[in-house]
Write a protein that binds this ligand. Structure first.
Ligand code: IPM
Ligand code: MN
Length: 356
């Protein structure tokens, strides 16, 4: 079969890590007899430099016409002073919205090989953890009305959060269905002691849960959740939450896996065309040095094979190869703490050797 993959390499380390994932996909293609056709499109700072806007129409059209899209990262100091609507990050929100990707799956687990990298206490590490953050991705405060005004006492700015029943129910459905395939527990995270959006969210969560009597449910305030993630992460299976809380908690979850360079993500809508990207950013400080950890992006490519193409054995081959390479003790700089480490291309080649 032939699969059309749109590439959004973006900025900073984006191009290097996407190149690693392409190499891995090509080897998968050879081994299992698939053809992956890659077409690059401009996004973020790279698009700004070339066209003056962060998300050209051609990019949106190209992504919509692809079978799936792989993204590196966007943003960097060069574009940080631009007004909000011209910032590279705006392009990422724009493409998520244009593709209708209301679901963001962010799995975070402790690899046995990386137990030494986990900053938590030994007894917590011993229990391990394996959780899936289901983040709502096209609503909430990220997309609400915002603005700046001048008032008598000076400048004001505002951002608004709004969630509809439809938006809440469709993300809850993803969370409950995911839990059925995992350990059967969903924790919904909100700030229902303060926010109306959270009170609606929590009410619908408990209503919705009645359709899934076999799934254990819990709700939790976001401040407590931030604490529980480092206190007792093994209590979580599926975590479902809003766009903003999911953004914040997934960075926290990444740190207890050892490195943010390990966490992949899948952004999905109603069709099989999804957007796959590492949860980390463009890391401009290490760009172009061949030292970035490509594993999050390589695992994102594995999620693409799984969720967009239904190629489960192929996805599994990538996940297993990453496991073996970590078990053999190979580390990129982010995980090596100054000890000798492998470069971006070296770790990629080690993973490829295991797949072969
Ligand atoms: C992420 C990123 C983005 C987000 C930024 C770059 C807009 O932090 O994917 O987690 O906040 O969604
Ligand atoms: Mn983030």
């Amino acid at each position: 079969m032939e699969y059309k993959i749109g590439l959004l390499k973006g900025d900073g380390i984006g191009p290097e890590i996407v190149d690693s994932a392409i190499k891995v996909l090509e080897v998968i293609g050879e081994k299992y007899g698939h053809k992956f056709v890659f077409t690059p499109y401009l996004i973020g700072g790279a698009a700004l430099d070339a066209t003056g806007i962060p998300l050209p129409e051609e990019t949106v059209a190209g992504c919509l016409a692809s079978d799936s899209v792989l993204l590196g990262a966007v943003g960097g100091p060069k574009w940080d002073t631009l007004p909000g609507n011209l910032r590279p990050e705006k392009a990422l929100l724009g493409i998520r919205k244009a593709m209708g990707l209301f679901t963001n799956l962010r799995p975070a687990k402790l690899y046995p090989a990386l137990k030494g990298e986990c900053p938590l206490r030994e007894d917590i590490v011993a229990k391990g953890f394996d959780l899936l953050i289901v983040r709502e991705l096209t609503g909430g405060i990220y997309f609400g009305d915002r603005g700046t005004t001048m008032m008598e006492d000076g400048e004001h700015a505002y951002d608004t959060e709004s969630y509809s029943r439809v938006e809440i129910e469709r993300i809850l459905k993803v969370a409950f269905e995911s839990a059925k395939k995992r350990r059967g527990k969903v924790t919904s995270i909100d700030k229902a002691n303060v926010l109306d959006t959270s009170r609606l969210w929590r009410k619908i969560f408990h209503e919705f849960a009645e359709k899934y009597p076999d799934v254990e449910v819990a709700d939790m305030l976001v401040d407590n959740a931030a604490m529980q993630l480092v206190r007792n992460p093994s209590q979580f299976d599926v975590v479902v939450t809003t766009n903003m809380f999911g953004d914040i908690l997934s960075d926290e979850a990444s740190q207890i896996t050892g490195s943010i360079g390990m966490l992949p993500s899948a952004s999905l809508g109603v069709s099989t065309n999804g957007l796959y990207e590492p949860i980390h950013g463009s890391a401009p400080d290490i760009a172009g040095q061949n030292i970035a950890n490509p594993i999050a992006t390589i695992l994102s490519a594995a999620m693409m094979l799984q969720y967009s193409f239904g190629l489960l054995d192929e996805a599994d081959a990538i996940v297993k190869a990453v496991d073996v390479v970590l078990n053999k003790g190979y580390r990129t700089a982010d995980l090596a703490h100054g000890a000798p480490s492998k470069s971006t291309t070296e770790i990629t080649d080690l993973i490829i050797a295991e797949i072969k």
